[in-house]
Design a protein around this ligand. Structure first.
Ligand SMILES: [Zn+2]
Length: 119
């Protein structure tokens, strides 16, 4: 059985009184390994928690040094993630083409969503 590094973060999350079941949340995170991308929307689909609470929980994990934050561009044309990740808003180019449908994504900043990567 794989070691779930997030178990150690459980007390930290419980302390914050988020509107999630911390144990279920931590169990779910066991699916992720180092360098995996965590999509808050995927957790939302699976666990049905409020997206805001999921972001709050993930932010706590980020502050605690378990995961890091990135921005990924979502293509409004084909409604898929483009697989282009940026560390900061400043790194996002003005012009981005979707690798899935080849369309230009206008105002890419508006289509950036926050994703996380396991350290
Ligand atoms: Zn596209």
């Amino acid at each position: 059985m794989q070691l779930n590094i997030f178990v150690k973060a459980a007390p930290l999350l419980k302390e914050k009184k988020l509107n999630i079941n911390v144990d279920t949340f931590i169990d779910f995170l066991a699916h992720y390994s180092s360098k995996d991308w965590i999509y808050p929307t995927a957790i939302h689909r699976k666990l049905k928690y409020d997206i805001k609470d999921i972001y709050d929980a993930l932010e706590l994990l980020r502050e605690a040094g378990y995961i890091e934050q990135y921005l990924e561009i979502y293509c409004p044309g084909c409604q898929r993630y483009t697989g282009q990740y940026y560390k900061t808003i400043g790194e996002i180019p003005d012009e981005i083409y979707c690798i899935n449908c080849d369309e230009e994504i206008e105002n890419p900043l508006e289509h950036a969503s926050v994703v996380y990567r396991v350290l």
